[in-house]
Design a protein around this ligand. Sequence first.
Ligand code: 5AD
Ligand code: SF4
Length: 464
Amino acid sequence: MTEQPALSPAKAQADAPANTRKVFVKTYGCQMNVYDSDRMTDALSRDGYTATEDMSEADLILLNTCHIREKAAEKVYSALGRLRDMKKTRASQGRELMIGVTGCVAQAEGEEILRRAPAVDVVIGPQTYHRLPEALKRARTGQRVVDTEYALEDKFSHLPQAEKAKTRQRGVTAFLTVQEGCDKFCTFCVVPYTRGSEVSRPLAQILDEARNLVDGGVRELTLLGQNVNAWHGLDADGRELSLGDLLYRLSEIPGLARLRYTTSHPRDMDERLIHAHRDLRMLMPYLHLPVQSGSDRILKAMNRRHTADDYLALIRRIREARPDIALSGDFIVGFPGETEADFEATMALVREVNYAQAFSFKYSTRPGTPGAELEDQVDEAVKSERLERLQALLFSQQYAFNDSRVGMVFDILLEKPGRLEGQLIGRSPWLQSVNVDGDPAEIGSLIRVRITGAGNNSLFAERI
Ligand code: 5AD
Ligand code: SF4
């Protein structure tokens, strides 16, 4: 942990009494951050903080940040500029406002954040969230704190007591982190540097947290990890387990209705996991399996360690095991050296797979990654033009997929009230939002519906 004197000591202002402090967390980026934000709020609640959705009443504002692309990182600095003004206004009213930066920008930039953003009191990386309350205490004495060390201890063992999690009202769906970090080192990606090397959470801890979440009313669990299908563990007899085994184990929890997991790497889709898709009805028929590019030359330069044909063969095997599975993917256009022919290979792969959902990005140079060293960077205008073509194709596939659900009958999980009174929003097996009439008391149940209409992003249904 490193410390610097505060530019504007937080101490000079009147503190809210410790037990009435409020924290507002703004989450950027992936679901892993959503999960981490919840854990931070939990840790702070043991320290007397309550969470608020209203930034203006917060005594502590945390930005849980994302560093995956340049735009994501820059957003954080503009938000910090606005917070600086808010902190000044507060100071003139004699009220404390502490500001923390957590997540991947914190990990990647550390001290640099203190230099660029004078309003920031604490900078905490993803490996040290359990030390957040301690860092805030120090900051309150007028020290600015940067804590981005890779903790030698296992950060998972510092998660709040399961009992705590039980008492907090969560929705009917929950994320559960089972794995963190990545050893794959794709040449465009900062994750191996910001999240560190792969760590799997032990089986017993995962089963415990899962049972607690289900006891608290959760019906659907999404297992999270940057490379979730690299999860591995040991059972009580010391036998090696993979993610497929974990899913079989979780499927035995009474009361749990649905399982999902994200994000996977094609290299780690093993036989056992494919069998889980074949055997477990509660494992939802939806798989996010990024391929990034359809060109073997580019895949090699990206260090993805598979070819386009490997990926297509894998998709065929998964579809044989679970014919109704929907595929989702991530794509990068304009990786250094990408030619028109390389890009056409990506378009051809997309046409062959036919995705239900996808995320596509222009390549963004990330300092410190091997990709940043490559010559032959692609012109911005070319990237934009390719992204437009790719997205037109992907969106048309997504709309067609939504349309193809019309007339189908299946179960949806009722998640929350709809926009209009008397309406509820449920979730299809394929992650689509479904609008249906109903009463809020039904939230958390599975109901059978017939799809009557499809929009670009959601479906409409009637009960049967
Ligand atoms: N530029 C553009 N997109 C990126 N992604 C990761 N790193 C970069 C980068 N440098 C995308 C990949 C990944 C998703 C989470 O973000 O498609 O799968
Ligand atoms: Fe990044 Fe590649 Fe690891 Fe995914 S598999 S987190 S893209 S390095």
